[in-house]
Design a protein around this ligand. Structure first.
Ligand SMILES: Cc1cc2nc3c(=O)[nH]c(=O)nc-3n(C[C@H](O)[C@H](O)[C@H](O)COP(=O)(O)OP(=O)(O)OC[C@H]3O[C@@H](n4cnc5c(N)ncnc54)[C@H](O)[C@@H]3O)c2cc1C
Length: 284
């Protein structure tokens, strides 16, 4: 069992990971080796102490060098579910379960809006994990929405199982399979009561489908961690960055505005120190 699982490789997750490493904690850090779009895409940063003017690309290089120097490892997986057993956490990342005494949520904020019906039909035909649920759609017709090229191998995996895939990427796709129909339109509503039956596209057209896969960089916090308290769309956390779940802490944009590097880094630091205190209290 790990001491801590950190979800998110933005400045918040990085700050938490560095501090836990210094304190020699046994950590798994989930996210991307590209760290965060919100770092690489910033044109000019002028409010980060120590760097009067730096581009996002330069800051990314500095973060990368720091990660290498600290000997931190990133597990390049998207977490799709966090379950609290009452004593520890079970974290599902691409069909593998990881267990830890504590969790730090540093996933940033999700830009994509949920489709109408997505929340209600999650687990009834709506899925966030191709590896976990793909087999359920063998020989069936599905829709896939995807906002990152890194998930295209999952789309190909789904295409090998399903009879037909209506695919809606938000970027230029490289998927080339006979049973995959790439749509320029986008689903806005998912229909069904007991199970998914169809989707409505922005154009107003309706397509019958048996399931809808949403392969996105981020998952709404309440869908990721059941029982997690959210206020006004952000994870509710106190000054120790503790959430309502014992041993679960949060840091960065996911806890609320202002959305800023310095706030994310500061909260990642506080969350890491709260984890250290929490682990010490478990040992007593
Ligand atoms: C264009 C732009 C310019 C900006 N300029 C400035 C500026 O000048 N100054 C400033 O202070 N701030 C600026 N910001 C804001 C700043 O980028 C954010 O406040 C900061 O990146 C937040 O850090 P974070 O660690 O909370 O989250 P993020 O940087 O969003 O990182 C979260 C990470 O978690 C990953 N993740 C999410 N869900 C999962 C999951 N389920 N499993 C695994 N990984 C997951 C994401 O892929 C992402 O890599 C800018 C933002 C943008 C978009």
């Amino acid at each position: 069992m790990y001491d801590c699982i950190i979800i998110g490789t933005g400045p918040g997750g990085l700050s938490a990971a560095l501090n836990l490493k210094i304190h020699q904690k046994d950590v798994v850090w989930f996210g991307s080796k590209d760290l965060s779009d919100k770092v690489t895409k910033a044109e000019k940063i002028t409010n980060y102490p120590g760097f009067p003017e730096i581009s996002g690309a330069e800051l990314f290089e500095k973060f990368h060098a720091h990660i290498a120097r600290a000997g931190l490892g990133i597990t390049e997986k998207t977490v799709t579910n966090v379950m609290y057993s009452g004593s520890h956490f079970m974290v599902l990342a691409e069909n593998e379960v990881y267990e830890a005494k504590t969790v730090i949520l540093a996933m940033g904020v999700m830009a994509a809006k949920l489709m109408e019906g997505e929340e209600e039909l999650l687990g009834k035909g709506v899925s966030y994990c191709a590896t976990c649920d793909g087999m359920l759609y063998k020989g069936k017709k599905i829709a896939v929405v995807c906002n990152a090229p890194k998930f295209e191998h999952e789309v190909e995996y789904l295409a090998d199982l399903a009879s037909e895939v209506l695919y809606f990427p938000t970027f230029e796709s490289k998927v080339d399979k006979e049973n995959v129909k790439i749509g320029k339109d986008a689903p806005v509503k998912i229909h069904g009561e007991e199970r998914v039956t169809s989707i409505t596209l922005r154009s107003g057209a309706t397509e019958e489908v048996d399931g809808v896969f949403c392969l996105r960089n981020a998952i709404v916090p309440t869908k990721l961690v059941s029982g997690l308290k959210v206020e006004h769309g952000h994870i509710a956390a106190d000054r120790r960055m503790a959430t309502n779940l014992s041993g679960c802490f949060a840091a960065g944009d996911c806890t609320g505005r202002p959305y800023q590097y310095a706030k994310a880094v500061g909260e990642g630091n506080v969350a890491a120190h709260s984890v250290i205190d929490f682990l010490a209290s478990l040992e007593k």
